[in-house]
Design a protein around this ligand. Structure first.
Ligand SMILES: C[S@@+](CC[C@H](N)C(=O)[O-])C[C@H]1O[C@@H](n2cnc3c(N)ncnc32)[C@H](O)[C@@H]1O
Length: 429
């Protein structure tokens, strides 16, 4: 088989391969890797395309491996395997012309000491893989989540919902935005769809910062599910509200735009910088406090919103790197932290106040179980089910203990939503 002439691979492909290696070898998330100085040595268009390519390769990796496995006598080094995976996904899933992709992937192999010897193999295997996948890619089994996550989710939801959630992960996510004031006007300006819960959905947005109304702060990016906690909390003008774990500030902006006096608390000064930037852009105000929630002592507040740190397993549609970068370690520590945060949040409430607890996790241990146990530990709290009675919310999503379970396969015909758990707990004192 003729071997293509060596060349320099496209910088976006080099960036993508480096990101894939960072996720799979160093267990780092793409959002962390793209903040590193090395990544900023690439031009902005290559950074954007490289990130897109890496995310699509991680999303479709299970399918790529199914095609590649019979063509490989033994598993090659990870760098070579990733070259094959990216090349195949570009051809089979993204419709790139095989000639250019194979040339570039052979060149990518030629650049590394550990990969040089595999140039011929990359050339041969990619050509055969492209033929093997031709016309079949879309009909292949939906990629499965890794065992550490699939196991507990199967226990919680069963096979049908599990498969529906995995299909939703494969489809990816549209871009949702929240309007500062007039959602219909923003939907018109962006040519987006106004969802029943008031978020605006865009299917082919392009670069966010160039869209109408971004500079003037008429809206901000926020998944429709992530916008629901504040709608359920229903802040009133003049209420004193603590937004615990506030950065980057999506919920802070919702609370402030409803006229509440918001104290935005986060342990990360760096991330609070993004809250300040977002407030500046949207012309909204909040008091910002760098503090650990466990030692924060303001208030008392009419309401406390606790968007606790969690496994983020509800966001896999938008972060297909997560199942590859994580292995389930650290979740029990997060659960323990969530318990302490809930107990701290209860102490910050005025009698009669509301505690809105939410996580972007699909694991009941970070949602349903947390609230069930919080209600047992704090008999002064009661779950406010009426708060969940909102347009667009299916009553069957309400859970036994009185929270709301959102899954990525909900609203599937309209593009899905992030997985979330939300409960509004009322202090009955
Ligand atoms: C899920 S994000 C919050 C998203 C945010 N509420 C929004 O809507 O944009 C979790 C946040 O918790 C913060 N965090 C983690 N541990 C914390 C702690 N002990 N005290 C305060 N903030 C903490 C992280 O810095 C991170 O910004």
């Amino acid at each position: 088989m003729p071997q293509p002439a060596s060349q320099t691979p496209h910088p976006a492909r080099r960036a993508a391969l480096r990101l894939m290696l960072g996720v799979m070898d160093e267990q780092r998330m793409i959002s962390d890797l793209t903040a590193q100085p090395w990544f900023h040595e690439y031009d902005a268009p290559d950074r954007a395309r490289g990130t897109r390519l890496a995310l699509e390769a991680l999303r479709g990796m299970d399918r790529a491996d199914r095609v590649l496995k019979p063509l490989l006598r033994k598993a090659p080094p990870l760098e070579v395997h990733n070259i094959l995976r990216l090349g195949l996904i570009e051809m089979a899933a993204l419709g790139e012309a095989p000639h250019g992709v194979v040339n570039d992937m052979v060149a990518a192999a030629g650049r590394g000491k550990r990969t040089q010897a595999y140039k011929g193999m990359v050339n041969a295997v990619l050509r055969r893989a492209q033929e093997a996948a031709d016309g079949k890619w879309g009909k292949m089994p939906v990629p499965r989540l890794p065992k550490w996550l699939r196991g507990p989710l199967m226990d919680a939801y069963g096979n049908g919902p599990m498969m529906a959630m995995e299909s939703a992960h494969l489809k990816g996510a549209p871009l949702d935005v929240t309007a500062k004031a007039d959602a219909s006007a923003v939907a018109d300006a962006l040519n987006g769809k106004l969802l029943p819960t008031g978020s605006i959905r865009l299917t082919a947005p392009g670069q966010v910062s160039t869209l109408p109304g971004y500079e003037s702060g008429d809206w901000w990016v926020q998944d429709a599910a992530a916008a629901l906690p504040v709608q359920i909390l229903a802040p009133k003008p003049g209420e004193e509200i603590a937004d615990l774990c506030a950065a980057p500030g999506g919920k802070t902006m919702q609370l402030a735009s409803a006229g509440a006096n918001v104290t935005a608390v986060d342990a990360s000064e760096h991330r609070l910088g993004r809250v300040a930037e977002n407030l500046g852009r949207t012309g909204l105000a909040a008091q910002i406090e760098v503090a650990d929630v466990l030692s924060f002592s303001g208030g008392p507040f009419d309401a406390v919103l606790l968007d606790a740190p969690c496994s983020a397993t509800g966001t896999i549609r938008r972060h297909p790197d997560l199942p590859h970068a994580r292995d389930g370690h650290g979740i029990s520590e997060l659960i323990a932290l969530q318990i302490k945060m809930i107990d701290r949040a209860v102490k910050l409430l005025k009698p009669g106040g509301r505690l809105l607890y939410c996580t972007c996790s699909l694991l009941p241990d970070e949602g349903e179980v947390q609230v069930e146990e919080a209600l047992e530990r704090h008999p002064i709290l009661t779950a406010d089910r009426t708060a969940l009675d909102l347009a667009g919310i299916d009553p069957s999503w309400v859970t036994e203990e009185g929270g709301l379970r959102l899954r990525p396969d909900y609203w599937s015909a309209d593009g899905g939503m992030d997985g979330f758990y939300i409960a509004c707990l009322r202090h009955t004192g």
